[in-house]
Design a protein around this ligand. Structure first.
Ligand code: FAD
Ligand code: 2HG
Ligand code: ZN
Length: 474
């Protein structure tokens, strides 16, 4: 029996209102929802569904289960692995969570917020800040990514060093399961050992096990003082020594430690010419550091200055500048956050998001750079990332003059050179961005049969019809 699209769309419109079902036959442009942020992946959709409540999500999931239509959950569509857009083939609809954006409750005494999945990350940061609290997840896409997407990808970002990944920040979830049942795990408890911790299944599952509709997340006291510093180092080994030394000096006050290569700084300055020169000399590597606490700016500044002076004496850095005020601190952070944009503006690149034990990162980078240059002459490595977490974005821009299609065709070969070494050193091929469709076949190659089999059993148990984000992760 052939599928009756008009009747299906009519049923969806009856459930959530005609204005919230976008479809091509209605003249709607679906491209912003069916193409990913990088413009690398695009797939067809019967419709984009925009529910406004958990009950509406439930009704749509039930419709999908009854009619065999797969759902692709989507937040801000800023993901970098093609997980938030449909793949070619099969009946699919995008389930866009953006209207489900209420902050249901902020409880300053319990240090928690209960927030719907479609709430933009920056909105939650601001609302927490308004009551003297900090929601610490912070990443370049925070103005458009959504809490549901952050949870589904177990996002990392630039404050993991102090506060952990999204997984560490989630206390409770509300999820619509593939059969339409609502799983209410919205508890704001720091201690709860009542059996399996079910919420963990959905964190980092990239929408393959159910639709997250709300979450209770941890908040922290908002710091009253913040200090940002930018250092030049002669090698990654020196950067790793600097990390250890600064941690020793500042302990919990140390909140971010980001590595940026010389070529990455040059690229940002090329595409964002307003970026000032930050140090008097040029260094092969730079480090952006941040410290924060609940005291005065002056006291923290003195502590950071003393720590940096000691590091200079101990030859853990070559040169350093301290942001004099908030605006200068923001300039330093803009440099870091503009790397992704500068590399995108510069043309085609092959991204990597690897993690390793921090102690092995100098050896890894030192062997990888010449090996890649030899295998792919002219390729331009743009290496940066969250060194404090052992996570590097080892991205390779196309050689000058090589067109995008030709360079992208090298993806598998480049990945193999890099990821074989990462796995041999017991690292991960996806530290924070996830698997999506980009790394699905690589994950299948590198994970053990036992891990893959268990993942498939979990998927089969929760989503036997295979209607939750098909073709992603597994
Ligand atoms: P989407 O891209 O819409 O979706 C991502 C995945 O989550 C998909 O599998 C989707 O199906 C699923 N999903 C979305 N909402 C739900 C839901 N409610 N229920 C179930 N599944 C759902 N990532 C980092 O970890 N660290 C960084 O530092 C970082 N920096 C970035 C900087 C830039 C400039 C950009 C463009 C991206 C960056 N990212 C980073 C990647 C991305 O922003 C994160 O992965 C983010 O968490 C995705 O959120 P989103 O709302 O855009 O999700
Ligand atoms: C970052 O750390 C993000 O800036 C994006 O994770 C990395 O664009 C990238 O490759
Ligand atoms: Zn990152």
């Amino acid at each position: 029996m052939s599928f009756d699209t008009s009747s299906w769309l009519a049923q969806a419109r009856a459930l959530i209102g005609p204005a919230h079902v976008l479809s091509a036959d209605n003249g709607d442009d679906l491209t912003p929802y069916t193409r990913d942020w990088r413009g690398k992946f695009q797939g067809p959709a019967l419709a984009v569904l925009r529910p406004g409540s958990t009950a509406e999500v439930q009704a749509l999931v039930r419709l999908a289960a009854r009619t065999g239509v797969a759902l692709v959950p989507q937040g801000g569509n800023t993901g970098l692995c093609g997980a938030s857009v449909p793949m070619a083939g099969g009946l699919q609809a995008v389930l866009q969570l953006g209207r489900l954006k209420r902050i249901r409750e902020i409880d300053p005494e319990n240090n928690t917020a209960t927030v719907e999945a479609g709430c933009i990350l920056q909105t939650l940061q601001e609302q927490a800040g308004a009551v003297g609290r900090l929601f610490p997840l912070s990443l370049g896409a925070e103005g458009s990514c959504q809490i549901g997407g952050n949870i589904a990808t177990n996002a990392g970002g630039v404050q993991v060093l102090r506060y952990g990944n999204m997984r560490e920040l989630v206390l409770g979830l509300e999820v619509v399961l593939p059969d339409g049942e609502i799983l209410d795990l919205l508890r704001g408890l720091r201690k709860d050992n009542t059996g399996y911790d079910l919420k963990q299944l959905f964190i980092g599952a990239e929408g393959t096990l159910g639709i997250i509709t709300a979450a209770t997340v941890k908040l922290f006291s908002a710091p009253s003082a913040e200090v940002v510093a930018f250092a030049g180092v002669a090698s990654i080994a020196q950067a790793v020594r600097l990390l250890g030394a600064m941690r020793g000096h500042l302990g919990d006050r140390f909140t971010a430690f980001e590595l940026i290569s010389g070529p990455a700084v040059a690229l940002v300055r090329r595409y964002f010419p307003e970026t000032p020169a930050l140090l008097s000399g040029d260094w092969p590597w730079y480090v952006l550091m941040e410290a924060a606490d609940g005291g005065s700016d002056e006291t923290l500044r003195e502590a950071v200055q003393a720590a940096l002076m000691a590091c200079l004496e101990d030859e853990c850095l070559e040169d350093v500048t301290l942001a004099g005020n908030l605006a200068q601190g923001q300039t330093l952070w803009s440099l870091r956050e503009n790397i992704t944009h500068a590399q995108q503006m510069d043309g085609s690149n092959i991204k990597h998001d690897v993690s390793l034990p921090i102690s092995r990162i100098p050896a890894f980078v030192e062997q990888m750079l010449p090996r890649l240059q030899q295998a792919f002459p002219g390729a331009r490595p743009i290496v940066y990332g969250h060194l404090g977490d052992g996570n590097l974005h080892f991205n390779l821009s196309a050689p000058e003059g090589v067109e995008a299609g030709t360079w992208q065709a090298q993806t598998e070969a480049v990945n193999q050179v890099l990821h074989d070494v990462v796995v041999a050193m017991r690292g991960s091929i996806s530290a924070e961005h996830g698997i999506g469709q980009l790394k699905r076949h690589e994950m299948a190659m590198y994970k053990t049969p036992a891990e893959l089999a268990l993942m498939r059993r979990i998927k089969q148990a929760l989503d036997p019809q295979g209607l939750m984000n098909p073709g992603k992760v597994l």
